[in-house]
Design a protein around this ligand. Structure first.
Ligand SMILES: Cc1cc2nc3c(=O)[nH]c(=O)nc-3n(C[C@H](O)[C@H](O)[C@H](O)COP(=O)(O)OP(=O)(O)OC[C@H]3O[C@@H](n4cnc5c(N)ncnc54)[C@H](O)[C@@H]3O)c2cc1C
Length: 711
């Protein structure tokens, strides 16, 4: 065995989505960073080894809440490179992003086996290369545990919990009376494809028989047919009542028995049209849902989420359902999952460390949460955002020779550098210089023409609209008779399409025929996003437009598809250039973007001297961007069919910088598919003009925010 001694500023153990994002964040914040991953590919559960799609707050029904930051950059790159969302290409999107960072050294196929811990510090760790013969001894100023199991944290003084806390501990609605060490189980997924010829399948002898499988399926969402595929089999879950750290082999073999048994059932039970169906991939590494959770300085519990607790050291957010699975998994008689919709909620930095351990941060599913709040924070978009916060914090600690206990006071320095992540209730300690800004065009009429409609028969429909757009506008609704429609109203920082947190119930009266209904009675003085839930009523239709009035959406509450309502208004002030000056770079209480009337327009900015620029465009933040997916997807996932760059993103523009009167060389941005465009000017400037040239399809420019700095 070759011995190698390595020395880094920040070392991350685990290259799942949280570890990858943590490494990029640490590296971009100046730390010499090492990322170690035991598997050959990056992405953990989202990698092609396991193939879980990354989801987050939008998937949980929170509109305009799609997670951005470093994860957003990766998802937008993936959408551009990998429109079919093939899991192999997602692996390479992550690999490419890591290899591009000069400050990151990456060790794949490398397993961390030991750590030396004393007096509050991890002194060193030991790892070996699984495919080679190298033994690494690694020293680092700061470590981040992103291993999903907490291999590093478990070797320190940090206490941890496996399973569920008792009700008495945090008084959470869903906590059991007695604590239990049971967890959510593991799963092995498989992918199938319909071929143009017959394909035989003989199951391996260890697979469960057709009769055994029959007794486990077709109850409560355990849908099996020739069309089910990939993550449709999320409920093939096992091991929650075992010790998943020690029983890993038993659990793997049992999951293989189940997965092969189910595919054999589809092929050979004679119940399905599956002659041409081929098994094209089956996992070998079980995806793990739950493991240790560590006792950090703050432990996020469900009451914090429910009561919208404000955290001064907010560092990221969550918004996926509280998503419980029974510990018995596929063998349980309980529902395979229970999903409670919640609004987006802040998560503090102090869930990522315990100040007893001076040089360790956590990210991913092991952070300081109770079982009930973990049931939401475990979703990968949230895990990735925790990685960004941990990476920024680790770089801060390493560059200023600080320890985790300093974060109690120093958290604003970390918050300031968490780029493009929504920090709820955080007043930006704004570093951008002030500027003056002129635009040559602002939207002045409702775009588009009538095209199709949504029907309120047997469906609830939601309309979401910022309060500052609501006061002077009306919606067109058609009715086949005189009727009343009940409307539940809710107000919050962002809309939720399910009917939750109802503030008021009212009704609107419709006459037979076309109605123009003023929405002013739903106006709330506070700046909030308003969501009107129209309760299902027969004979009522909402006509649609073929173009969008940004920030206003209509849809069925249970479907993740968004449409353009037929709105009548003359007041477009909610989309004015003033939004560029309000410091919000995404929807938050309002829509917050400037929107032009046409693509061919200009923006002129003047300030004092600066050399760095950030532009925040709109990738349609209501769209859920998943890392991978199979082409056929069961409707029960509530997932949209998105396979292309958002039409609302600005694609081509020229930026002409000026220093005083002197025009400098034009910067041509072409084929942009990112939301956040960063430009470092080679010399100081004091103004620029942007000439917009094209978008990915929309007939207008949308821009949330401009930040300029002298670096
Ligand atoms: C079947 C299933 C369905 C799910 N459904 C969804 C879903 O639809 N959407 C969603 O977003 N989330 C879903 N989840 C949850 C989500 O996948 C996890 O919560 C998430 O992956 C946790 O991220 P992580 O980065 O903490 O850990 P992981 O993704 O588990 O990554 C941990 C990484 O650490 C590495 N590692 C571990 N130990 C060591 C070591 N000793 N040395 C070096 N490296 C090590 C591993 O190789 C791995 O790459 C699901 C999970 C499962 C299993």
């Amino acid at each position: 065995m070759i011995k190698e001694i390595l020395n880094f500023e920040v070392t991350i153990v685990g290259g799942g989505i949280s570890g990858v994002v943590a490494a990029i964040a640490a590296a971009r914040n100046g730390a010499k960073t090492l990322l170690i991953n035991s598997s050959p590919v990056l992405g953990g559960n989202s990698s092609s080894e396991i193939r879980v799609w990354t989801r987050g707050s939008s998937g949980g029904g929170n509109v305009f809440s799609e997670e951005m930051g470093i994860l957003g950059e990766l998802k937008l790159r993936n959408q551009y490179l990998n429109p079919n969302l093939n899991p192999f290409i997602w692996d390479e999107v992550l690999l490419e992003a890591v290899l591009k960072e000069n400050n990151i050294t990456l060790l794949l196929n490398t397993l961390v086996v030991k750590s030396e811990y004393s007096k509050g510090f991890i002194r060193s760790i030991e790892a070996y290369s699984i495919k080679g013969e190298v033994n690494y001894f690694i020293k680092s100023k700061v470590f981040i545990d992103a291993s999903g199991d907490g291999i590093l944290a478990a070797s320190t003084d940090m206490e941890f919990v496996i399973g569920k806390e008792s009700y008495d501990e945090y008084f959470e609605d869903f906590a059991p009376k007695k604590a239990s060490s049971c967890t959510q189980g593991n799963s092995i997924l498989f992918f199938t494809e319909e071929k143009d010829h017959k394909v035989e399948f003989i199951a391996p002898s260890f697979a469960y028989s057709i009769e055994e499988i029959e007794s486990l399926i077709n109850t409560d969402g355990r849908i099996v047919n020739e069309k089910t595929n990939g993550l449709d089999f999320w409920w093939v879950e096992y091991g929650g009542n075992l010790d998943l750290l020690s029983k890993v082999q038993d659990v793997t073999f049992e999951l293989k028995r189940l997965s092969y048994g189910i595919f054999n059932y589809i092929k050979n039970s004679g119940k399905y049209n599956s002659d041409n169906l081929e098994l094209v991939w089956i996992g070998n590494v079980p995806g793990k849902r739950e493991s240790r959770r560590f006792k950090t300085d703050t432990i996020l519990n469900y009451n914090d989420i429910k009561t919208k607790r404000v955290f001064d050291d907010v560092a990221f957010y969550g918004g996926w359902f509280i998503d419980f699975h029974p510990e018995g998994g596929i063998f349980s008689k309980e529902d395979s999952c229970t999903q409670i919709p919640i609004r987006i909620y802040p998560i503090p930095l102090s869930t990522l460390y315990n100040s007893k351990v001076k040089n360790l941060l956590l990210c991913g599913r092991i952070i300081g949460t109770t079982h009930s709040s973990f049931a939401s924070t475990r979703i990968m978009d949230t895990c990735a955002l925790s990685g960004q916060a941990a990476g920024v914090a680790a770089a801060y600690l390493s560059s200023f020779d600080k320890t985790t206990s300093d974060l109690k006071i120093d958290y604003p320095f970390v918050q300031k550098n968490i780029e493009d992540v929504l920090l709820i209730n955080y007043e930006p300690n704004y570093s951008s210089l002030d500027y003056k800004c002129e635009v040559s065009s602002t939207i002045s009429s409702v775009p588009g023409k009538e095209s199709g409609s949504l029907n309120l028969d047997n469906n609830d429909i939601f309309l979401t609209i910022p309060s500052n757009a609501l006061s002077n506008c009306s919606i067109v609704i058609d009715s086949s008779k005189d009727t009343k429609v009940f409307v539940n109203t809710s107000y919050d920082i962002l809309p939720h399409r399910f009917n939750i947190d109802i503030y008021n119930t009212d009704y609107i009266s419709l006459k037979k025929g076309r109605n123009i209904i003023s929405l002013s009675k739903f106006f709330l003085k506070d700046n909030k996003y308003t969501t009107l839930n129209f309760v299902n009523t027969s004979g009522v239709n909402f006509p649609l437009l073929d173009e969008s009035l940004p920030g206003i959406l209509l849809g069925y509450t249970k479907k993740p598809k968004y449409y353009n309502p037929y709105i009548i208004t003359k007041d477009f002030s909610y989309l004015s250039k003033n939004n560029l000056l309000n410091h919000y770079n995404r929807p938050y209480n309002n829509y917050n973007a400037w929107v032009s009337d046409k693509i061919d327009c200009t923006l002129k900015l003047e300030s004092s001297t600066f050399n760095y620029l950030r532009l925040y465009f709109d990738p349609s933040l209501e769209r859920e961007l998943v890392s991978s997916r199979q082409l056929r997807v069961n409707n029960s996932h509530l997932i949209d069919d998105i396979f292309h760059v958002a039409p609302s993103l600005v694609k081509d523009f020229d930026l002409i910088p000026y220093k005083g009167e002197k025009q400098l060389k034009t910067i041509e941005i072409r084929n942009n598919y990112q939301r956040l465009v960063k430009i470092k000017f080679t010399e100081d400037i004091d103004s620029f003009i942007i000439k917009f040239i094209d978008t990915w399809g929309e007939k207008r420019i949308r821009l949330f925010s401009i930040e300029i700095e002298k670096k």
